[in-house]
Design a protein around this ligand. Structure first.
Ligand SMILES: Cc1ncc(COP(=O)(O)O)c(C=O)c1O
Length: 419
């Protein structure tokens, strides 16, 4: 491939791009259980138009674009409300959950260094916490101390407390964690952090929008947000259950004093004073505009409706898995994430099926589900689009398991990200 010697027409460029998408997963039809969160064609249209409106504006300098400053402030006010942060809560928009988590690690490291002179920082986190924390530790020279989860897949506060020492700058809880979809005991973990006056980040990238609406829908929700003493920051992804386009997440701190540790500032170059709240420098206004637009288009009742739909589908799926011979649910979903593995005890007396081969068999039937482990398992991030599709999926899941059992096929794990 090389650049065309002469520019192509707009039609040609766009039709070539459209052709590139032929083999992409079919998220608009709800055949994908991760990666894309589709709130409906009307939501998508609003997101696309809003994105176009501010696609070239640059969030690097909101002084030049007061529109983006205002968009950020207004989004943060909504997220402060969802997280019960009140007027003191202060945050920034980021490009996604990973950037938010990187900033949680960075802010904790900085606070440890400034307030306590820590030069060899560590963070304590359960084995279920997202890989991006690990990435943050790798980037920022922080030791990561992974602590095994309990039998119920939730973080084990006692084991975490035992891993903490004088160089610990951060404890992590997730609401919910990705692999099994359970909410960690945030109150107990935050209490350990509060006793030492160190940071406690709640990764609510998955649950930050869903949990407040589930609570209003009458679902029993464990305490997870700033109402819990000791929680210092929370990440909430808008491009997941906020149903906005990709590139929008929030990291929000209990107050601006804690937020200050997130910001990088230098004047040690020839370009003047440089201030940067997160990883990126230049950043398109498109994702911010799309997020603001979708949040206002959906409104409170829209999120209530979409959360109810996603939850209905998740519970339906979780209940149905129990009826698929040879499969077992890893945990009852606290929100909308459903993970399942082969039943080792094998109710049929047969060998456990290879879950990744089941993933392959589902893919041949047009479904895309995430693969993970240990233990080898499949993971469904259930969202509103799946409401009404679960019977079709479960029918194919039965067929996929039968096929793998009959053929003895084996499959491979496939990476979560891109290698
Ligand atoms: C709990 C949790 N945290 C963080 C992330 C990372 O988010 P992103 O892919 O937007 O970087 C994910 C992604 O699925 C997640 O499930």
């Amino acid at each position: 491939m090389s650049i065309p010697p002469h520019g192509l027409t707009q039609d040609e460029v766009l039709s070539r791009l459209a052709a590139y998408r032929t083999d992409d997963v079919r998220w608009r039809e709800g055949r994908v259980f991760s990666l894309v969160y589709h709130g409906g064609d009307d939501v998508l249209a609003v997101a696309e138009q809003a994105h176009r409106l501010l696609a070239c504006e640059n969030g690097l300098n909101t002084g030049a674009f007061p529109s983006l400053r205002r968009i950020q402030q207004e989004i943060l006010a909504v997220v402060a409300d969802w997280t019960e942060g009140g007027d003191d809560a202060a945050g920034f928009l980021t490009s996604g959950g990973t950037e938010s988590l990187l900033m949680a690690v960075k802010a904790a490291r900085e606070r440890g260094r400034t307030e306590r002179g820590i030069t060899t920082p560590n963070i304590v986190l359960p084995t279920s916490a997202h890989a991006a924390f690990e990435k943050g530790c790798h980037y920022f020279g922080v030791e990561d101390r992974r602590v095994p989860v309990g039998d119920d897949w939730r973080a084990d506060p006692a084991a975490m407390a035992a891993a903490v020492d004088d160089n610990t700058v951060l404890l992590v809880a997730s609401a919910p964690q990705y692999p099994q979809g359970v909410v960690d005991p945030v109150e107990q973990i935050a209490a350990i952090a509060a006793a030492r006056d160190i940071n406690c980040h709640v990764d609510a990238c998955m649950g930050g929008v869903t949990l407040p609406y589930l609570q209003r829908l009458g679902v029993s929700v464990p305490r997870w947000n700033f109402a819990v003493p000791g929680v210092t920051s929370i990440s909430v992804d808008l491009h997941k259950y906020g149903y906005t386009g990709k590139g929008a997440s929030v990291i929000i701190h209990r107050d601006s004093r804690l937020r200050a540790h997130q910001v990088f500032i230098t004047d040690n170059w020839l370009g003047g004073l440089y201030g940067s709240p997160a990883v990126l420098g230049s950043k398109g206004g498109g994702p911010w505009a799309a997020a603001w637009a979708v949040m206002h288009f959906l409104g409170d009742d829209g999120y209530l409706r979409l959360t109810a739909a996603a939850r209905r589908a998740a519970v339906e799926l979780a209940d149905a898995i129990a009826d698929v011979p040879g499969l077992r649910l890893l945990a009852a979903p606290d929100t909308t994430l459903v993970a399942f593995a082969a039943d080792e005890s094998g109710p049929t007396g047969a060998e456990p099926v290879d879950m990744f081969a089941v993933g392959d068999a589902l893919a041949r039937r047009g479904w895309y589900v995430d693969r993970q482990g240990p233990p080898p398992s499949l993971h469904c991030t259930v969202s509103a689009i799946h409401d009404g599709l679960i019977p079709a999926f479960v029918g194919d899941l039965h067929a996929a398991v039968d096929e793998v059992r009959a053929t003895g096929a084996t499959g491979s794990a496939l990476p979560y990200g891109t290698l």
